[in-house]
Every structure is written in structure tokens, then in C-alpha cells.
Design a protein around this ligand. Structure first.
Ligand code: HEM
Length: 140
């Protein structure tokens, strides 16, 4: 169970991050070029939402089976264990909450510029937070 989940979380991370990066770039281009918000833009943002939510779900299960997750919680003096047992899960959870808020907010907006702006801000902040707490040494 553990090796499979670890591999899945490791592999899905590429897809989730690529989808999120693509959605942020798309929103910034849409905003700066004053493009109309179309069904294509909605789909790009939805795929990023689904990709990150799936990663969250895998991460949550992994947290309880990995020796670097719950079992290492509280080891504050060890930076690597503090990262995987506290900082990475907590910051990623906050990032995905922001992404979800961005998605919900855009639905209430009518104006294309406001929709692009909402995605650029909320998805952009989410991406920055996620990138700030990746256990890079484990990943590569
Ligand atoms: C979009 C959000 C997330 C991304 C992109 C992400 C990405 C990653 C990556 C790249 C690794 C290193 C994988 C490797 O060993 O090759 C990792 C490890 C880990 N992640 Fe996440 N993660 C996310 C969310 C979460 C969440 C929400 C949790 C827990 C609630 C979590 C728990 C863990 C744990 C426990 C490890 C260490 C696994 C081990 O090596 O035993 N992750 N994550």
C-alpha cells in the first residue's frame, strides 16, 4: 500500500502542477490581453481544480501510511521530517482551499476580466504556496 501510494502521489504531482501552472498562465494571458472568458477557460480551470483535489486526496491517505507523515509528526528539530509531516500537508491544504475559493468565486462573477483576475490571484497564490513546500530532495 505505502510504495504504491508514494509512487502515485509522486507521479500525480507532475500532472497536478502542470495543470495548475497552465491554468495560471491562461488566466494571466486572459487578463492582460482582455480576452473574453470562454468555456475553454472554464475547462482549463476545472481540470486544475480536479487535478489538485485528487492530489490532496492521495496525500491525505499517504499521510497516514507513510513513516514521514503522521508517524513523524512532532519532530520539530528535524527539518526534513517537519516538512513532510507538518509544513507540506498544512500549506498544501491552505493552497487547495484558496484554489477552491477561486473556483467558487468565479461562478458568481459575470465580467470576463473579473473571472480571469480571480483565477490569476487564487490559483497563482495556490501554486506559489505548493511550490514553497515541495520535498524536492525526495522528488528528484
Ligand atoms: C497539490 C498538492 C500536493 C503536491 C503537489 C504534493 C507533492 C508531493 C511530492 C512531489 C512529494 C515527494 C514524493 C516523492 O517521494 O517522490 C510529496 C510527498 C509527500 N506528501 Fe505531498 N503533495 C501535495 C499535497 C499533500 C497533502 C495535502 C498531504 C497530506 C495531507 C501530503 C502528504 C505527503 C507526504 C506524507 C509525503 C512524504 C511521502 C513519503 O516519501 O513517504 N501531500 N508530496
Amino acid at each position: 500500500m505505502y510504495p504504491f501510494l508514494k509512487q502515485l502521489h509522486s507521479g500525480w504531482a507532475y500532472l497536478a502542477l502542470l495543470l495548475l501552472l497552465f491554468a495560471v498562465i491562461n488566466a494571466v494571458i486572459g487578463l492582460t490581453s482582455k480576452k473574453e472568458f470562454t468555456a475553454k477557460d472554464r475547462k482549463i480551470s476545472l481540470f486544475a481544480l480536479i487535478g489538485t483535489h485528487t492530489q490532496l486526496l492521495i496525500g491525505l491517505i499517504l499521510y497516514f501510511v507513510s513513516p514521514l507523515g503522521k508517524d513523524s509528526f512532532g519532530q520539530m528539530s528535524n527539518a526534513a521530517l517537519r516538512l513532510t509531516s507538518l509544513e507540506h500537508p498544512l500549506i498544501n491544504l491552505i493552497a487547495i482551499v484558496l484554489i477552491t475559493i477561486g473556483w467558487s468565486k468565479h461562478k458568481k462573477l459575470i465580467n470576463s476580466e473579473a473571472k480571469h483576475k480571480t483565477f490569476a490571484i487564487y490559483y497563482g497564490l495556490g501554486l506559489i504556496l505548493i511550490l514553497s513546500r515541495i520535498p524536492w530532495n525526495l522528488w528528484f
